[in-house]
Design a protein around this ligand. Structure first.
Ligand code: ADP
Length: 586
């Protein structure tokens, strides 16, 4: 019987099913029918797919069980890895925070060397944990892939910027070349593409001491609706031996046994890249000569942006570099869930002197807006849980006009015409298409903060914190009756109290011991009052209040970080004032 005949029999059987009634069958007959169908199904599978995938009917149950347990195994494994990584990441974040604090204190050169080593090791550990988490997510299929329009040249610009920051201390030339015939905007997953390129370029930086690293993007094919782009990441580094090349994409594979010792790394980077490339239906290959260098080639498909949609995309604003733009002291609240974007944003805003808070949690961000003065909100529209539209609606509905009128700039990688309309309706002030260039972002922030200057001058928050008196040691100096050693000792004790407070709050936050936090905040208040450290005092009062009235851990975390941010400024002013009051100072 040929396939066509079989299909016609099956069609008749399918029609017959309409008149079929189970009630006419005994249990034994029903099981016999079920067995017959199972065996038919496996017979058919064997004919269509070949013997290797067929499963004898008696094994159906056990095989099924086996598959399920494997899936469940992967799931359990990835959940376990995710949990363990999370458990390690939380205290490790604390360690990194304390290392940062330690770096700001006066250290001997030996101590400073040790702190640098500690910092490096902790950061390496954090990178490995993050990679492990990422890989387990990808391998378990939990990672989401986007399809959004983006500007390729801007994205490559971001990647190049990050890559250059990695190369600073080396004698390495970094070159980028983008084929001019590639359409300006394409549709794909820009953050996954950045991740691929950053991994490959990161390796190149690691394995090249001097010479060149090149990123080249070529148009491989250009069809009606889609293009295939070829990304070549080449370096003139140590190269990879021929026999090691075929295992290079395996998890935990490093070319030589001493690679980890010499260069660090987990051997997961390329496996992550390969998983992403496979998911994006692309391909990856490597070509390398030991001692000469390596080239990774990635080919990926992208959709073309149709012109109609493109008309509705927000246009990239012209950069006006001649303008003097000063954002020092501006308070920016950012809603963003992508870690890489968070890092970039934080870095930029800090460089411009902004006070920044970044969150991916709508409720938490709204709470911050209620309790703190911000000058502008940057809003990622696509976020898990509460998305940017909902958050904006809630902001606009606020009864407090300083909140409801705050400029909100939407950041999105995928503006469609409907998005744009919806944005306007709900009251989004302006849009920026991701990935955007830094100057463009700076200009937009500046323009909108300037426009809402009435709001800013009312709030009085735009004065830079450095020109505001955050502390006053005159009263305590008077108590010391001119004994500068006593003043030094009191200030030393004050600083010690602050460090103890920071340590305790960090520890209690981890164990959600709100009573402990409240107690620590209460205890530090008298020292803060003594030195008239008003800004720190107000943060501590808020901490006490939150601990009394509820258990809002997110908000406590924010206040804690605000304290950490503010303390170095206070310490700086204390040291300046001591210097001024010093008897040796005329
Ligand atoms: P790792 O985190 O250890 O760098 P990867 O999966 O990214 O892990 O890379 C695996 C191994 O491949 C590296 O340890 C290194 O031995 C080799 N490798 C990757 N890229 C390069 C390169 N550009 N030059 C030389 N060796 C490389």
């Amino acid at each position: 019987m040929d396939t066509r005949e079989l299909l016609s029999h099956l069609a008749k059987l399918e029609n017959g099913l309409d008149d079929f009634s189970f009630t006419e069958l005994s249990t034994a007959e029903a099981s016999a029918l079920k067995r017959t169908f199972a065996s038919f199904k496996h017979g058919l599978e064997e004919k269509v797919f070949g013997a290797s995938i067929s499963v004898p009917s008696s094994d159906v149950k056990s095989k099924q069980y086996h598959v399920d347990s494997k899936v469940q195994g992967t799931f359990q494994e990835s959940t376990l890895i995710a949990n363990v990584s999370h458990e390690i990441r939380t205290p490790l974040n604390g360690v990194l925070g304390f290392i940062d604090l330690l770096k700001d204190t006066s250290l001997s050169s030996k101590q400073s060397e040790l702190v640098t080593a500690l910092d490096k090791a902790s950061n390496n550990l954090m990178d490995i944990i993050n990679e492990l988490l990422e890989y387990s997510k990808l391998a378990a299929g939990h990672e989401k892939f986007e399809k959004v329009p983006f500007n390729l040249a801007n994205m490559i610009g971001e990647v190049a910027f990050l890559c250059k920051t990695l190369i600073t201390s080396k004698d390495v030339l970094f070159k980028v070349h983008i084929d001019k015939s590639i359409p300006e905007k394409i549709i794909g997953d820009p953050s996954k593409l950045s991740q691929i390129l950053l991994n490959l370029l990161g390796n190149a930086v690691k394995f090249v001491d001097n010479g060149a690293i090149t990123l080249q993007v070529n148009l491989k094919s250009n069809k009606k609706n889609r293009v295939h782009l070829e990304f070549l990441v080449s370096d003139t580094g140590i190269g990879i031996a021929n026999d090691k090349l075929k295992h290079i994409f395996d998890s935990y594979a490093q070319a030589e046994s001493d690679t980890h010792l010499k260069y660090g790394g987990s051997g997961l980077g390329l496996s992550i890249v390969k998983e992403i490339v496979d998911n994006l239906k692309g391909c990856i290959a490597v070509n390398s000569t030991l001692g000469k260098g390596t080239t990774f080639k990635v080919i990926l498909p992208f959709q073309k942006v149709d012109l109609l949609t493109d008309d509705f995309l927000p246009k990239v604003k012209e950069n006006d570099t001649s303008r003097e733009i000063d954002l020092t002291g501006k308070r920016v609240l950012v809603f963003e869930d992508n870690i890489m974007n968070q890092k970039l944003m934080e870095n930029r805003l800090k460089t411009w002197g902004c006070d920044t808070f970044i969150t991916d949690n709508g409720i938490y961000g709204l709470k911050l807006l209620e309790n703190h003065q911000f000058d502008i909100v940057l809003m990622d529209l696509r976020m898990p849980k509460m998305n940017g539209y909902e958050i904006t609606e809630r902001i606009r509905q606020s009864k407090d006009s300083t909140i409801s009128k705050i400029p909100i700039i939407a950041l999105s990688a995928d503006f469609s015409a409907t998005d744009k309309k919806e944005c306007k309706t709900i009251g989004i002030t302006d849009f920026i298409l991701k990935p955007y260039n830094a100057e463009e972002l700076k200009g937009v922030i500046y323009d909108h903060i300037s426009k809402s200057s009435a709001h800013i001058s009312n709030s009085g928050t735009t004065s830079t914190k450095n020109d505001k008196a955050l502390v006053n040691i005159e009263a305590i100096y008077a108590e010391c009756m001119g004994q500068s050693e006593l003043l030094d000792e009191l200030v030393r004790l004050f600083k010690q109290n602050i460090f103890e407070f920071i340590g305790k709050v960090k520890m209690h936050l981890q164990s959600s011991n709100f009573q402990g936090i409240g107690f620590a905040a209460h205890k530090i208040k008298s020292s803060l009052k003594m030195l008239e450290a008003t800004s720190l005092l107000s943060i501590c009062e808020k901490i006490s209040e939150v601990c009394k009235t509820g258990n809002d851990k997110n908000y406590l975390n924010f206040l804690y970080h605000q304290f950490l941010d503010e303390y170095p400024n206070v310490e700086h002013q204390i040291d300046e004032q001591i210097e001024r009051l010093s008897p040796n100072n005329p």
